[in-house]
Design a binder for this molecule. Sequence first.
Ligand code: PLP
Length: 390
Amino acid sequence: MTYLDHAATSPLRPAVAEAMAPFGSAVFGNASGSHQVARRARRALDDARERVAQVVGADPGEVVFTSGGTESDNLAVFGTLAALAESGSPCRAIVCSAVEHAAVLASCQAVATSSARLRGIEPVEVRSAPVDAGGALDVGALEELLTDDVALVSVMLANNEVGTIQPLPAVAALVARRAPRAVLHTDAVQAAAYLDLAAAARDAQLVSLSAHKLGGPKGVGALIVRDPARVGPILHGGGHERDRRSGTSNVGGAVGLAVALEEIAAVRDEEGSRVAALRDRLAGGIISAVPGAVLSVDLHRCLPGHAHFRFGGVEREELLVLLDERGVCASGGAACSSGALEPSHVLAAMGVPPDEARGAIRFSLGHTTTESDVDAAVEAVRSAVAELRA
Ligand code: PLP
């Protein structure tokens, strides 16, 4: 089996599995309790929080553990607007890039409608910042959208579908100049395996993370909140996570996230170069073996593990089935919408015509990928596309 879908989820790193093993059995306490079993869990949670904070260059009190990237993105959008409602701020608009993950886009759409009032939020205007043909933010267009009444700007660190890395430092500088009252959020869920998170957390006040994209466990993530006063809770209850996210803490998950982040921080450059070399071999192999194969984004503009291709004359779902039969796991793009046949909003924003988008496939490599995976995938793609075109 050849697994080239690390952007959907990445297998557990052995060090993560080992570190998590005691949780649920030996260390099963509720970290909010006061007896010795609970205190043991609490120590592990505090330790995990410190380790995550260390990797991102934040204070431990700025780390809010969540159930993953989706919740972190929701907390960034709804939480910012909830805090704004409390503060009586006049800011009435938010800006996000057109290629954000659905967790950001759908949250932004939700706060644009009157149903936001159910959460005590006055509906805001949502402005969409366009991207160029390679999926990179049009910084000039963003500048036009930034005004003094913007409360939140959300620009992902790198795109999940095509892998394009966004110019976050330039965005941060523009936001500071043009929309000084805005909070800048970056969804670093895909980028965290390869890019410097401490730099991202200096540029942005809110950073979304998810463990399972990094060789950590599913169902856990974090939102780094640089200024806690600017984010209100969206889950109400027992007041966990300093009242920013109620719910019994997933201690083992938090430990898994911390270990995955630490391991990545230790090997980032080496792993990034190794994966990029394999990805370049895959891309070169496919371009030579498959007539008319088109790379959607220049490889030097995207994450080391991503190669997004368009194959004319084939339907992506049919191609994915044939690849699966040949033992190759790839994806049509966003993991959550794979299987659905709607056109990708990312490719549409890049100006890819719908008929070209139909044959689009994402290969995403990661920490377990080998040269033989790549060579097997090239051969599988060659024969599957040839079969579909015959
Ligand atoms: N943001 C991005 C960029 C993603 O790629 C994903 C997952 O596909 C998410 C958010 C959601 O993360 P999770 O699966 O942890 O909810």
